[in-house]
Design a binder for this molecule. Structure first.
Ligand SMILES: Cc1cc2nc3c(=O)[nH]c(=O)nc-3n(C[C@H](O)[C@H](O)[C@H](O)COP(=O)(O)O)c2cc1C
Length: 194
């Protein structure tokens, strides 16, 4: 069965970004795919140390929770990355995860996986779109296929207004755009893996 993994890089358990990524995964399930949710914010992740060992072995020399995350995204057909907006871009947890996926890029193991972004800022225009774009750049550099939230709005993906825990639940635009992203990723992942 086609599988979509949703990864959240928030230090908060059950924060606004987790809420929207779970909404997207639920919507993806309604299209007939399997899903898995991971919040890397509470996991043991160390930053890349640029030892370059992955360039020759295809494996990371740091042993922490990243190995289990890599296994999950390697077998996924679609990947949603959700990040809170911190100073107009992604959280350090999200970036740390991204840098540590370099072993997968040595032979483009994420090629043709469908990718999309969900971002949440405390302000309406606090950097959701710039953060989505930064996530899209990561996906393009892995040779993934990037999608947005599709019709009827067809913009950057899920973009929510959060702040205190739970606030995004009242943000209709954030919920709708995330649900549409979830459906779009699932539909495209099924189309590419018939
Ligand atoms: C260090 C820090 C920087 C932040 N920078 C921004 C920002 O640039 N723009 C914005 O709209 N919100 C900003 N916020 C607010 C968070 O994006 C907002 O609280 C969001 O809901 C957090 O998502 P979460 O609940 O999933 O952790 C910042 C919060 C923190 C802690």
């Amino acid at each position: 069965m086609v599988k979509i993994v949703g990864i959240v890089g928030s230090p908060r358990n059950d924060g606004n970004t987790s809420f929207l990524v779970k909404k997207a995964l639920k919507a993806a399930e309604s299209v007939g795919v399997d899903t898995e949710f991971i919040n890397i914010g509470s996991m043991d992740l160390q930053p890349c140390i640029a030892c370059d060992i992955c360039k020759s072995t295809g494996e990371c020399a740091i042993y922490d929770d990243m190995q289990s995350i890599i296994e999950k995204i390697f077998i996924a057909d679609g990947i949603i990355i959700g990040s809170p907006v911190y100073f107009g871009s992604m959280t350090s947890q999200t970036k740390m995860f991204m840098d540590r996926t370099r072993p997968l890029r040595t032979d483009f193991k994420l090629k043709d996986k469908i990718g999309g972004a969900i971002t949440v800022g405390g302000a309406r225009n606090g950097g959701q779109e710039t953060t989505c774009a930064a996530i899209h750049h990561f996906m393009l550099i892995h040779d993934m296929v990037v999608v947005g939230d599709g019709e009827p709005m067809a913009h950057y993906g899920g973009t929510g207004k959060g702040g205190a825990k739970g606030e995004t639940e009242n943000d209709k635009f954030g919920v709708d755009s995330s649900v549409n992203l979830g459906k779009r990723i699932a539909e495209m992942a099924k189309r590419i893996n018939p």
